[in-house]
Write a protein of this length. Structure first.
Length: 225
């Protein structure tokens, strides 16, 4: 019954959060924004446009449009990914797992579409993916389900026959609303946080996913759970 696996990108395939923080601090600080850890913690799961609007609301700047600033941040993140990006533990193993079973493999991310090929090329995983989607092309980003539904449509697979791999509560909510079974790999320091119980399966790393987990999902689907 399960026909596809769809992966989040930032924090699931690549540890890009530090790169986003670095780029945002550089760009926004240059405009006079006081980038504090307290405020930054509120922007972690936002789209790039939402982050730009957030900082502009708190520290409005002159001379550059929101589009210009947003693109500067994206370009800086792209540079950092090319220079520093590495795959998170288990990425190649889990992709091999699904490829060997002839599953369709997709990607659904809140990150700008421009960064998708950069990440896939840097991690040497482009050849695994049959379809990718960015929330940039949706009315709303995660936790809205749109970006997951778009990828399922491109894969020509019913959303209920997809497994979604995530690292955030926002992503879990997005995939859950799309009627997909979710697998979460939380940040190490938050592994025991109860908020991740929203996911059907919780793992310490992607490579822990096995036939046992797949059978569990299939069995529950057959029971209509």
């Amino acid at each position: 019954m399960i026909q596809a696996a769809i992966f989040d990108m930032d924090g699931t395939l690549i540890d890009s959060e530090p790169m986003w923080k670095k780029a945002e601090k550089e760009i926004f600080s240059s405009l006079g924004v006081k980038v504090t850890n307290e405020l930054s913690s509120q922007t972690v799961w936002m789209t790039t446009r939402e982050v730009t609007e957030f900082w502009y609301k708190h520290f409005p700047w002159l001379g550059k449009s929101l589009d210009e600033v947003e693109n500067e941040v994206i370009d800086r993140v792209a540079e950092l990914i090319i220079d520093e990006g590495v795959a998170l533990e288990g990425v190649h193993k889990v992709l091999d797992f699904f490829q060997e079973k002839n599953f369709k493999i997709g990607l659904s991310t809140n990150a700008p579409s421009k960064l998708i090929p950069i990440v896939l090329k840097k991690l040497n995983i482009s050849h695994y993916f049959h379809a990718t989607s960015s929330s940039e092309h949706e009315i709303k980003g995660k936790p809205d389900p749109a970006v997951y539904l778009s990828t399922a449509k491109k894969l020509n697979v019913e959303p209920s026959k997809c497994i979604a791999f995530e690292d955030s509560v926002s992503g879990i909510l997005s995939a859950n609303q799309a009627k997909m079974k979710t697998v979460v790999v939380p940040p190490e320091l938050e592994f025991t946080d109860e908020k991740y119980e929203l996911s059907y399966i919780k793992l310490k790393c992607l490579s822990d996913f096995s036939n046992t987990h797949l059978e569990k999902i299939i069995n529950h689907m057959e029971l209509g759970v």
